[in-house]
Write a protein that binds this ligand. Structure first.
Ligand code: NAD
Ligand code: 6OD
Length: 485
């Protein structure tokens, strides 16, 4: 059977390239498609096409016209939901049920949400004192210009559209690059954009890698007015240096080493379920996943035993089998990295309560990048496995004696993305939410999203907030107009 081919989408046309690379199915280890890598000149063409689109009808489009365009894209994703499902599962190997309930609906919800938000977005207005009368100050929104979007592989459709939708809502034109590991859903999105009649050049898609490839070409292009990036903190630092040329704004959603704080007064079963889900969902490849679990000593042993049982019970296998709960890791290299941490944890003195190895799977999945969900205890706080982001299905469980110690341990991290707190004492939960150094706190839940809320991290976990009006603010230039009366 001929392999699928994923092409770039530039100036309203699908464009091939003489340089190609393989797209591998993580669930089987088999090559599933060929990807056309954009070279520097194609990226430059995409940037030029985007700039030209801003000078055309898109640059003149009213807010309602842009919102209607976003609604059309959302409807296109909904119409082709089964194609997106197959593409997301093929890209990542994640269980089809997860993609069906999380990624594909979020793809369209991102467009619908930002269509509605831009329709209703107001500005600021002040009646100001001035000599001989007064003045009125009000704000208007203008697009940033050409926005570079660079996204990772873990939730490819969700994270790509999370950036593309608000950038378009604000009237920008885009040059976007999905991860080299997950080119399929982004290519489908380009087809949907085409079918929805989004004018040529407004949305450009380029495929390729980071350094010395399409990613770096986007970042270095002087025609890019702003950069929005999701990925590793280290990559963010490299991009930030390059974006400093031209003083271009950046929005960064980066790595995490997220903590869960579990108090003895929690709803025990709900907390075990929540912590297990937050540690293992998507095979631990969600930036918000819990990797550090701090448990009040009184329930520590029982809690650790229960989470380990949950880990051992998870079914790994074919993403299309309804019984499958965990898919593979994204690539051979990533599995090697996670296995290196599994070995390191043992050297650092961890007791392995569950997992710690690669599973034996039969059939087509024998060649996939599967790994066992793993639970560690007895790790010191300064162990590398307690401090570095693993980005796999693993958590370390550690006891604490009181609130102050719990907060000290949670905050002892270079990262500051998310935390979850499990307690039935809401006063305590609220108090601790104010003391924990992260951008996102979940109280008795995890990854429950309202797309209007601010999303982002502190410390190494990012710069800025997206979500709701925060996205509108990043993807717009706010202009103040002062009228002397
Ligand atoms: P990555 O940083 O390796 O790659 C992300 C993207 O950047 C890819 O498209 C890649 O090709 C590109 N890239 C890499 N180097 C580049 C360079 N020098 N210039 C331009 N582009 C470059 O990250 P990943 O491995 O794809 O994703 C996993 C990481 O992403 C984890 O650290 C995870 O925590 C983080 N993440 C964070 C969030 C968040 O919202 N905070 C969300 C998802 C993932
Ligand atoms: O839900 C979101 O909007 C979001 N940005 C999730 C990020 C998950 C990280 O892997």
């Amino acid at each position: 059977m001929a392999l699928a081919e994923y092409r770039n989408y530039v100036a309203g046309r699908f464009v091939g390239s003489s340089r190609q690379f393989d797209d591998v199915d993580p669930a089987t280890g088999q090559v599933r498609a060929t990807v056309h890598e954009a070279d520097d000149s194609l990226v430059a063409e995409a940037v030029e096409a985007a700039r030209k689109a801003l000078r055309g009808p898109w640059g003149e489009a009213t807010v309602e016209q842009r919102a209607a365009a976003l609604d059309k894209v959302a409807a296109g994703i909904e119409r082709r939901a089964e194609d997106f499902l197959a593409a997301e599962v093929g890209d990542t190997g994640k269980p089809a049920d997860l993609a069906r309930t999380l990624d594909v609906p979020r793809g369209s919800a991102n467009f619908r949400t930002f269509a509605n938000l831009i329709r209703t977005a107001g500005g600021e207005f002040y009646e100001s004192p001035a000599p001989d009368g007064g003045a009125l100050n009000y704000t208007i929104r203008r697009p940033l210009g050409v926005v570079g979007v660079i996204s990772p592989w873990n939730l490819p459709l969700l994270l790509f559209t999370w950036k593309v939708a608000p950038a378009l809502a604000c009237g920008n034109a885009i040059v976007a690059k999905p991860s080299e590991e997950t080119p399929a859903t982004a290519t489908l999105l380009a087809e949907v954009m085409h079918e929805a009649g989004i004018p040529a050049g407004v949305f450009n898609l380029v495929h390729g890698f980071g350094p010395k490839s399409a990613g770096e070409a986007i970042v270095r292009s002087p025609g890019i007015d702003g950069l929005t990036f999701t990925g590793e903190s280290r990559t963010g630092a490299v991009i930030m240096k390059q974006a400093a040329e031209g003083v271009r704004p950046v929005s960064f959603e980066l790595g995490g080493k997220n903590a869960a704080l579990v108090f003895a007064d929690c709803d025990f079963e709900a907390a075990v379920d929540g912590v297990a889900r937050s540690s293992f969902m998507n095979t631990g490849q969600v930036c918000l996943c819990t990797e550090r679990v701090y448990v009040e000593r009184r329930i520590y042993e029982r809690f650790a035993t229960a989470v380990a049982e949950r880990a051992r019970a998870l079914r790994l296998g074919d993403p299309w089998d309804r019984a499958t709960q965990l898919g593979p890791l994204i690539s051979r290299e990533h599995r090697q990295k996670v296995l290196t941490y599994y070995e390191l944890a043992r050297r650092e003195g961890a007791e392995v309560l569950a997992g710690g190895a690669t599973p034996e799977l039969g059939g087509a999945n024998a060649g996939g990048w599967y790994i066992e969900p793993t639970v560690w205890t007895n790790l010191r706080q300064d162990a590398r496995c307690q401090q570095e982001e693993v980005f796999g299905p693993v958590c370390a469980i550690t006891p604490f004696d009181d609130e102050d110690e719990a907060i000290r341990l949670a905050n002892d991290s270079d990262y500051g993305l998310a935390a979850s707190i499990w307690t039935t004492n809401l006063k305590r939960g609220h108090r601790l939410a104010g003391r924990i150094e992260v951008g996102l706190v979940w109280l008795n839940t995890w990854f429950l999203r309202d797309l209007r809320t601010p999303f982002g991290g502190s410390k190494l976990s990012g710069i800025g907030r997206e979500g709701g009006r925060h996205s509108l603010d990043f993807y717009s230039e706010l202009r103040n107009v002062c009228v002397k009366l």
